[in-house]
Design a protein around this ligand. Structure first.
Ligand code: F6R
Length: 610
């Protein structure tokens, strides 16, 4: 959701806060702000819109003083929850001596606000956050030590938060806390940092401490002291994160999304290599896990990750005979699900921080089920919470619309399904070798699919004129149709729906007319003929069909058809290969429409609120 950063250092803080906020913009981007200690006083600048708007404000009205450029400051980029995205609601928020930024939701803010108002506090925003500043200031005014005042307030907050706080008079000090929302401490030379993730502090340091839920911290230029939720000093290790956290440039690409689509041959290969041994054509079972001892899988996830989970289900049941349920985490967590003994709960998530998925994982753990986290951010809350960490190796994904993280999730799930088949005695050595080789064909075929760019650009020109688009597929192509529709709607704002091709005649076919394009995913698999019949039914009703299929696949009779020639591939890896034309179609349609591809309206990359 929102991104936060704090720096207590030696050099000018403001340009570096801005640099960090740009890296955090993927978390939210409807308004932004920075505050810095200028001549001993906290001063702030805020702007509605993206970081570039904030830069313009700072250029017109710099945060400098008689003592020069400030070296201590905090910054925030917002995804609005409480209060409209305007300058007044933008962080940092101030009350008396306190200035702070917050990521999360303070659920009991209304009662706290009423109490503060009754005590004479005047609020200037509609946010939940502002109460925290007033409460801390109230403690300071009552004569409490800053750290005590801070801790006393944390004890009163309900909900999720990551906080970075400046207190006037506390030179070089930043206070931080996390509960439910991520926060890291970065260690520099004579400088210290606080950020939403390792990416935020990436330009300054790769030495990181991941705070745990309930931790709070006091930073000054020389170091950090961490306390746990009981107020006891906590020993949290310092880890070296990979240099790839610094790799967030677009390179030759126009958008991060385009770059990330093109990174998929590599990201899929890296991910497969973690689970499969190509040299010996064997699976590499994750440590400490025997699928033969598991009676059921329960996958929980949101959005694109949920669709990856659905694709996984087809593979686990087919290849391993392992019953598998997949559910949207926001439903699962409140449904009181009745899970069977022997169930392994698997959270699938790019960020590893999505609030509903994390809560579902915790619920399963608390109810005695084993848990695994299939995550791209290996230091995330889910990674640390789960019994088993199953990493994807997509590298940092910045585009808000997930692409390479999705295919990495699918690749890992397919590889794990083969592993499960081997461990459960459903797949013999010869079949294991064949399937491992098939999976490793995916990177090359994804690269081949990437050459479809020009053909798809032409299709996108037409598609960009549509008001509604339908996506169809059968088997594992059905969840991919759902994903294709999600990709298109989230970045081009064209209404799109995905359907199981066989379901069309049970209602949605009523939508078909000459203005409603239908994108059909039709690999040459065992259900190709069925899909082809469904396309004929659409053609008979005048619906324009965009058929993504291998060249060898026959065009259904009488169809009004645009063909996109997908690479021929084994049906097992078709979801990986066909994901590429789906993504390119959405991408080029959005470019054609001139939308903000990397930061579509109303969205945020990491959804750490319910
Ligand atoms: C869509 C998209 C979202 C995420 C969802 C879950 O392109 O990115 O639907 O898939 O918000 O996020 P993670 O995977 O971080 O749990």
């Amino acid at each position: 959701m929102c991104g936060i950063i704090g720096i207590t250092g030696q050099g000018p803080a403001v340009p570096r806060l801005i640099d960090s906020l740009k890296r955090l913009e993927y978390r939210g981007y409807d308004s932004a702000g920075v505050a810095a200690v200028v001549d001993g006083r906290s001063d702030r600048r805020r702007a509605k819109g993206k970081i570039t708007e904030l830069e313009a404000v700072l250029a017109a009205d710099p945060l400098t003083g008689a003592s020069g450029d400030p070296t201590v400051g905090i910054g925030h980029t917002r995804w609005a929850t409480h209060g409209a995205p305007n300058t007044g609601n933008a962080h940092p928020h101030q009350a008396g001596r306190v200035t702070l930024v917050h990521n999360g939701i303070i659920e009991n803010f209304a009662e706290l606000k009423a109490e503060l108002q009754a005590a004479g506090h005047v609020f200037e925003s509609q946010t939940d956050t502002e109460v925290v500043a007033h409460l801390i200031d109230q403690g300071l005014t009552a004569g409490r030590d800053p750290l005590d005042a801070f801790k006393a307030v944390l004890d009163r907050l309900r909900g999720a938060y990551a906080l970075a706080v400046l207190i006037e008079g506390e030179d070089g000090v930043i206070l931080g806390a996390r509960h439910g929302s991520p926060l890291v401490v970065g260690w520099g030379e004579g400088e210290m940092y606080l950020g939403s993730d390792a990416l935020a502090v990436g330009p300054f340091t790769q030495k990181i401490t991941y705070l745990e839920d309930g931790d709070y911290v006091r930073l000054d230029r020389t170091g950090a002291t961490v306390f746990d939720m009981t107020g006891a000093r906590a020993n949290r290790s310092v880890v070296q994160v990979s240099a790839s956290t610094a790799l967030v440039e677009k390179g030759e690409h126009r958008h991060f999304m385009e770059k990330e689509i093109h990174e998929q041959p590599d990201s899929v290969q890296h991910t497969l290599s973690a689970y499969l041994d190509l040299v010996n054509a064997k699976v590499r079972p994750p440590e400490g896990l025997d699928f033969a001892a598991i009676s059921r899988l329960q996958i929980v996830a949101c959005g694109t990750a949920f669709y990856a989970g659905m694709i996984g289900r087809y593979a686990f049941e087919r290849l391993a005979g392992l019953p598998c349920d997949v559910e949207i985490a926001s439903e699962f967590r409140y449904r009181h699900p009745a899970l069977m003994d022997g169930t392994l709960a698997v959270a699938v998530s790019q960020s590893g921080e999505t609030a509903d998925t994390l809560a579902s994982l915790k619920w399963c753990k608390a109810h005695g089920f084993r848990t695994a986290a299939l995550v791209n951010v290996h230091s995330s809350s889910m990674a640390r919470e789960a019994d088993h960490l199953w990493p994807t190796h997509a590298g940092p994904e910045i585009g808000v619309a997930s692409t390479k993280a999705f295919t990495a999730q699918v690749a890992a799930l397919l590889a794990l399904a083969v592993t499960a088949g081997v461990q459960r005695g459903r797949i013999d050595a010869a079949e294991e070798a064949r399937l491992v080789r098939v999976l490793f064909e995916a990177p090359r075929l994804i690269a081949e699919a990437l050459t479809l760019g020009q053909a798809i650009q032409a299709v996108a020109q037409e598609l960009s004129k549509a008001r509604d688009v339908l996506f169809l597929g059968r088997g594992a192509m059905y969840p991919l149709a759902l994903e294709g529709a999600l990709k298109l709607k989230e970045i081009s704002y064209i209404h799109a729906e995905g359907y199981a091709a066989g379901e069309l005649k049970h209602g949605p076919i009523a939508l078909i007319d000459e203005a409603t394009p239908v994108v059909a995913l039709a690999p040459l698999d065992e259900v190709f003929e069925k899909t082809a019949s469904n396309l004929q039914e659409i053609a008979a009703r005048g619906g324009p069909v965009i058929m993504i299929a291998p060249e060898a696949a026959e065009t259904p009779h009488g169809a009004i058809m645009t063909r996109v020639a997908a690479p021929d591939c084994d049906p097992l890896i078709a979801p990986l290969v066909y994901a590429v034309p789906m993504q390119l179609l959405a991408y080029y349609t959005a470019v054609q429409k001139g939308t903000d591809v990397d930061q579509p309206r109303n969205l945020a990359k990491s959804v750490t609120v319910e």
